[in-house]
Design a protein around this ligand. Structure first.
Ligand SMILES: Nc1ncnc2c1ncn2[C@@H]1O[C@H](COP(=O)(O)OP(=O)(O)O)[C@@H](O)[C@H]1O
Ligand SMILES: [Mg+2]
Length: 415
């Protein structure tokens, strides 16, 4: 091709892409990229549209005691993921602290975000760091020592202290120690008026509390209901306005995304993610967002979920999954027995230099994979020959290939 032709071609391609661009500001499609202030600004517009009204009224009534000089009790909040707990609380507490400042009420609030699970030691260390009571430690310092540092640091503060412990059920080890410290010990050892805000995504969270802690914990409870389709439409419209050019969505698309997300649990995070994925697909296709792109985006998000899950799964679990896929491929049948699976697993372990677990432990790995819906296993009775377990992988072939490729990648094996 002559050089000038290439030039014209590239120029016109770019021109076309620019002309058909639909994304104006992609940060509004991904909350991770928004700074806190922008996140809260998006939220403010939503609150103006009367979304989360009930919850905010409850919060106001709970915390208004502070401005009257009273000491409100602790607050437990739960609701499914993506119901706006973290955002609403952050927004509310910021506003409350502005009000307190204006009225000279001493108040400070800290947000301990436990959305990534961690042991009690880590969580206490994180809390201590936030309070400037400690540096970051890997180990070499006891729980007791960490607690004392926190107490010492706070010994001179007499105002209100609101500790917003987000996803509190994610403490992995010594959970009772953590709760006992916050609920029983800390309030007695510091002069501050402590108010705990304990937030969880699990509806049954209080049932898992140590009864001795529970009896101490005077609580007010607040439940975040799932967003309904109308709420989600509000939330999506604001995103569309900020992130996309006018005309980027076909009519009815916002309603469709809202309906899909409210059908699965009213999760706003998922609704925004679905909008984002649809926008990326549309941009690649050089069209606006259509119904069929939304369907495609939804299918891809489902698949991404499995892959994300696997990426962070323990190596043994990944090895078991890869082995099952290999064994099924080799057997060219719908299902395999646990014995075949275990043989394939031992071979796989040898290939990647992993020490194979016992057959029984392999069975546990299979059950765990079953819980994640990566495969299905069921026990078959073979009369007097005893019982055997059958393993089936019931996912689209394309996804199975991606899962397998992902695992090989994680083990740094050539695909
Ligand atoms: N009221 C809202 N307005 C705008 N976006 C929201 C709202 N509630 C939730 N979202 C979106 O959903 C995501 C999850 O909200 P978040 O507060 O983290 O939920 P939770 O803590 O209940 O899991 C946010 O990052 C945001 O994208
Ligand atoms: Mg949250």
């Amino acid at each position: 091709m002559e050089p000038t032709k290439v030039r014209t071609k590239i120029l016109s391609q770019i021109q076309h892409m620019v002309g058909s661009a639909i994304i104006k500001d992609r940060r509004f499609l991904d909350d991770e990229q928004l700074i806190r202030a922008e996140q809260l600004a998006v939220l403010e517009e939503i609150f103006n549209a009367n979304v989360r009204d009930t919850e905010i009224r409850e919060l106001s009534s709970h915390f208004s005691a502070i401005l009257r000089g009273d000491h409100p009790c602790h607050l437990a909040i739960w609701g499914k993921t993506g119901t706006g707990k973290t955002l609403t609380l952050s927004y509310f507490l910021n506003l409350l602290s502005e009000m307190c400042r204006a009225k000279n009420v001493p108040m400070r609030h800290e947000h301990l975000d436990l959305s990534n699970p961690r042991p009690c030691f880590r969580a206490l260390n994180d809390l201590a760091c936030m309070l400037n009571a400690s540096k970051r430690y890997q180990k070499g310092i006891s729980l007791e020592e960490m607690m004392i540092r926190i107490e010492t640091k706070l010994s001179g503060y007499q105002g209100y202290l609101i500790l917003f412990i987000d996803e509190v059920d994610n403490i992995r080890r010594d959970r009772d120690n953590f709760m006992t410290f916050l609920v029983r010990r800390l309030p007695q050892r510091i002069p501050a008026k402590l108010i705990l805000v304990l937030v969880s995504n699990r509806l049954d969270w209080p049932d898992h509390l140590d009864p001795r802690v529970k009896s101490f914990l005077k609580l007010n409870e607040l439940i975040f209901k799932p967003y309904d389709a109308v709420d989600l439409q509000h939330i999506l419209r604001i995103r569309v306005e900020k992130a996309l050019y006018p005309g980027a969505v076909e009519s009815g698309v916002i309603e469709k995304i809202a309906a899909m997300a409210s059908r699965d649990h009213g999760d706003a995070r998922r609704a925004v993610a679905l909008l984002a994925k649809s926008a990326y697909l549309a941009e690649k296709a050089g069209t606006n967002i259509t119904f069929s792109l939304v369907d495609q985006a939804s299918a891809e998000l489902d698949q991404d979920r499995y892959l994300t899950l696997l990426r962070s799964a323990p190596t043994q679990l990944q090895a078991a999954m890869a082995a099952v896929i290999e064994a099924l491929h080799k057997a060219k049948t719908e299902s395999i027995g646990t014995g075949e699976g275990y043989d394939a697993y031992k071979l796989f372990c040898k290939r990647v230099g992993l020490r194979p677990l016992t057959g029984r432990a392999f069975g546990d790995l299979i059950s765990e994979l079953d819980i994640y819906s990566l495969l299905r296993s069921r026990v078959l009775s073979r009369g007097r020959y005893g019982r055997t377990r059958e393993i089936v992988v019931d996912l689209p072939q394309e996804l199975v290939d991606r899962v397998y490729a992902q695992i090989l990648l994680n083990f740094e094996l050539p695909g």
